[in-house]
Design a protein around this ligand. Sequence first.
Ligand SMILES: *Cc1c(COP(=O)(O)O)cnc(C)c1O
Length: 492
Amino acid sequence: MRFLSTRGGSVAKNAAMAITKGLADDGGLFVPESFPCVTEELKSMLKMDYAERAAFIIGKYLEEYDQKELYFACKKAYSEFEEGDAAPVVKIDDNLFVLELFHGPTLAFKDIALTLLPYLLRKGASICGAKETILILVATSGDTGKAALEGFKDKEGVKICVFYPSEGVSDMQKLQMCTQSGDNVNVVGVSGNFDDCQTAVKKIFTSVEENEKLKAENVVLSSANSINFGRLVPQVAYYFSAYCDLVNAGEILLGDTVDFTVPTGNFGNILAGYYAKKMGLPIGKLVCASNSNNVLTEFFLSGTYDVNREFFKTMSPSMDILISSNLERLIFELTGRNSVLTAERMSDLRKIGKYSLSRSEHDAIGKVFFADYCDEEECKEQMRDTFDEYGYLCDPHTAVALKAAGVYKSVHGNNKMVVLSTASPYKFSQNVLSAISGKSVKDPFVAAETLETLSAVPIPEQISQLKSKEKKFTKVIDKADVAKEVYAFAVK
Ligand SMILES: *Cc1c(COP(=O)(O)O)cnc(C)c1O
């Protein structure tokens, strides 16, 4: 299958090339030429395990990959998850389910794609005949960085360099990254927010000069952010898997419509749900949940995307984003795959920080998406209520989603609702503890231990181990120096 750039100036002849390149040469994002329909085959997915379901969905797009090998790669990636289940569905109320995506090596949903991406990327490069060292550049709002580091550490032919906002991630998230092992890794703080990191990294990707300099050193760039189709496609699979699990549990009949709520930052996770719907999965509404950085809520409400606004640092830092990269892929679909119009809007976004949908486009997204947001106080309240009412301990990102799901259900409550849970509460121990008990504890490990006693949810080993690990990466740089840092690491 071919992949088109959302901006019309570049085509990849297959998924291998789209994944190896990450970003299209014209600065656009690669999208599949068409969406394979799997409605007829949904029934056959019911009896599959998670790895089989993933390989089945991913294989629809990655036709040039050996399908058996792809299945074994999925099996291996998902064996790294607790109890070998990458995406368990937990029932917390009659019509309310939580899809727990955080049981992987780094305790965030990013693991689902990033345990598999090293295979997809290295195999893709080999299919394309690429011989250069691949340098993975990552801008992270906290979780992608660690998940990518774990996925790519000590992999041959690859180096990875991660940039995070130095004061914009949780203590545990920072510790996870600063203590990273591996000979091919680099982790650097940037004084600025996630958008600064993402913009700096994107600039390097599209700079002819930087790419030529690297090429001369036999290095090519690729991305582990959700701008890479290889990050998105494994995420499409868990929507199908959750649906199958609900059928198997007798909660729905095959063909019934299910709603999903997604805590959203860069719009990658929820876009994967939109792609699942396009492939024929019976999804009713996709609820887009935001924190105080509610640029997306306003976009869905008004039809105008406007980043000229205050940026808030919240307790759900992985959603502290104003420029949601993957929205570009939705705009492409909304305009009837009109790359000229998509490119125009992205150019407006760069120049004046905003663009507007036409009336008919705005009406069309309202049929698929519902959006809501909550502030810090409501997020805390939600964590406490969820714990008190259901005995369920959730992290701040999941709480934002539960809140939005509640608002949606109170008005349109007929379908079963699946809320995507994106991180372990222990990654945000101080805030979760404070929300459910009112206790204010500074040390993240003391907070985690108190939380364990209160909730009886065991502290994951990945968290307790952090305490004794050496901090190897403590450098913080200015955003203007990101390119210099990349080059120095590339030639090291
Ligand atoms: C990355 C992340 C999100 C946001 O996902 P997007 O794909 O960027 O929309 C939400 N919650 C957590 C915990 C995350 O790590």
